[in-house]
Design a protein around this ligand. Structure first.
Ligand code: FES
Ligand code: FES
Length: 167
């Protein structure tokens, strides 16, 4: 019988030093949800298309269904749970205020994509927000209320005003 060599990886997950044993072909998404109990990254397409499994790896968005857990060794992983230091972020507050989501399945990935964008571009344009969340599919909304919420949270206006609409 073939034996599988397991690996002990050391990561920082949402600010907490974490050690976990994984198999060589375990993907980060499964390890986060199953071994570590971090449930915000969602299982969607599992092939890199939908963005529902998005996490930050050293501050940059990755699709955790495409990242082997062993690749996260010695790196820092942040999920939505880890960006909520003292309550919700401004983007999350605005997403709630504007009822931007319906089922919410896409929300964790979109919140992290927005967080990455805002770190790089503190006052993004509507087009920059759209581009940042372009890889995060939402089956329920038309995206505009999501874009508006990010713009409102960053003091960048609304997508309607940025498009030059009169009302
Ligand atoms: S579940 Fe990872 S991109 Fe869809
Ligand atoms: S709110 Fe349902 S998938 Fe985005």
């Amino acid at each position: 019988m073939r034996t599988v060599t397991r690996h002990q990886i050391q990561t920082v997950v949402n600010g907490e030093p974490t050690s976990v044993e994984v198999e060589p072909n375990d993907v980060l998404l499964d390890v986060l949800r199953t071994a570590l109990g971090v449930k915000s990254p969602k299982i969607g397409c599992e092939r890199g298309d939908c963005g529902s499994c998005t996490v930050l790896l050293d501050g940059r968005t990755v699709r955790s269904c495409l990242v082997l857990a062993v690749e996260a060794d010695a790196h820092e992983i942040t999920t939505v749970e880890g960006i909520e230091h003292d309550g919700l972020t401004a983007v999350q507050e605005m997403l709630i205020e504007q009822s931007s989501f319906q089922c919410g399945f896409c929300a964790p990935g979109i919140v992290l994509a927005a967080a990455e964008l805002i770190e790089l571009v503190p006052r993004p344009t509507a087009d920059e927000v759209r581009e940042a969340i372009a890889g995060n599919l939402c089956r329920c909304t038309g995206y505009e209320s999501i874009v508006d919420a990010v713009l409102a949270a960053t003091g960048s206006g609304t997508s309607a005003t940025s498009r030059g609409a009169s009302s």
